[in-house]
Design a protein around this ligand. Structure first.
Ligand code: KG4
Ligand code: ZN
Length: 343
């Protein structure tokens, strides 16, 4: 098949991502607009504001990637868009934009699963891992361990039964009076904290499965916050202990997943993958166990259009169904298991 130029569109939450991927030459351009500042004032993502902002950003971002890649609209061979999971209104913006553009140009349009995008994103990095590998996906919306055998073949090994790791970071940050998104702020505060002053549980650390649970941690922090007024030092110590608890469980289960699959490659994707303490723990344990950990560049870890364009290209090469009649659908809730072919 001749090389294809695929436009990727991501609008599932609070980042608008547009990218151009050439199946022969690789990623040509990738532009992301984050809405973090806009939602900051509200302490979290406001769905309606997110949708409206995606509408404003898509066309300018498309113009930008075309200019960066030195390509014209007519050069695009196919369009991939995030169809889910995510915020319904936000998804609809990207989906309708993709469908309209595909219809007007008469080119194939295909829906992409956001988590599949994340799972395959490491393949875009300078040092891509070989299949098969275990992926630890830790974002604001998901905490999952997956066995990735090849494109389209994913096995869910374990996941959070309640809050996602990033969500736990964000909610705990809020309890400690930090802004949104709280993860990076909490991690920074934790650096000043001292160990041993607070003791939080390590949820499901010793459970025989590969699942997680983080909502209890947030409740434990809430209890500590309510017990007495916290000084700045107390808050740093509590942040420290919270980060210790989350990263200990994540690292232990990731290593357990590798052992269970008898694999020696771990890929970390999602915003929480930026956490320094998590990386430290994973690296130390990996060195002991003789496994290698891959951390794709941060721009690929967080939401972006590049992973959607890349995933779309892989699916197209594998003969995925497409349409160019302007009809589209989104799946705000869409289990990844529905699109996997097993091992
Ligand atoms: O993957 P991502 O950018 O967006 C999605 O949720 O899809 O992940 C964002 C999440 C947020 O919850 C944010 O607080 C968290 O990643 N995060 C961090 C750090 N940087 C981002 N959590 C802990 N430590 C960090 N350094
Ligand atoms: Zn994401």
């Amino acid at each position: 098949m001749p090389a294809m130029l695929v436009l990727g569109i991501e609008s599932s939450c609070d980042e608008t991502g547009v990218a151009l991927y050439d199946s022969g030459r690789g990623l040509l351009a990738d532009a992301v607009h984050t809405q973090v500042e806009m939602h900051e004032a509200y302490g979290g993502v406001v769905p309606e504001l997110a949708s409206r902002d995606h509408i404003r950003r898509l066309a300018p971002l498309l113009r930008r990637v075309l200019a960066e890649a030195d390509r014209r609209l007519e050069d695009i061979d196919a369009i991939a868009y995030t169809a889910g999971p995510g915020l319904a209104g936000a998804l609809l913006v990207g989906a309708s934009f993709a469908a309209a553009l595909g219809f007007s140009r008469g080119i194939p349009v295909l829906p992409v699963h956001h988590l599949e995008g994340h799972l395959l994103s490491p393949l875009l990095s300078d040092e891509p891992p070989q299949f098969p590998f275990v992926a630890l996906l830790v974002s604001g919306g998901h905490t999952q361990l997956m066995r990735v055998a090849s494109v389209g073949h994913y096995e869910l090994l374990g996941e959070s039964l309640d809050d996602a790791a990033g969500e736990a970071f964000d909610k705990t940050a809020k309890l400690l009076g930090l802004g949104y998104p709280g993860g990076p702020a909490l991690a920074k505060l934790a650096e000043d904290g001292r160990p041993g002053r607070f003791k939080l549980p390590r949820p499901m650390l010793r459970s025989p499965d590969l699942d997680f649970s983080f909502s209890g941690l947030k409740t434990a922090v809430l209890t500590a916050v309510r017990e007495r007024p916290l000084t700045a030092e107390d808050r740093a110590d509590l942040a420290h202990e919270f980060q210790e608890a989350v990263t200990e469980v994540l690292a232990a289960k990731a290593l357990a997943a590798l052992a269970a699959c008898r694999l020696d490659r771990l890929v970390v994707a999602g915003g929480v993958g930026a956490n320094r303490r998590l990386r430290e723990r994973l690296d130390r344990r990996a060195a002991r166990a003789g496994v290698r950990v891959f951390y794709p560049e941060l721009a690929l870890c967080t939401d972006n259009g590049a992973m959607i364009a890349f995933c779309g290209a892989q699916r197209l090469l594998a003969g995925a169904q497409t349409r160019s009649d302007g009809v589209f659908a989104v799946r705000p809730r869409w289990p990844l298991q529905e699109i996997t072919g097993g091992d």
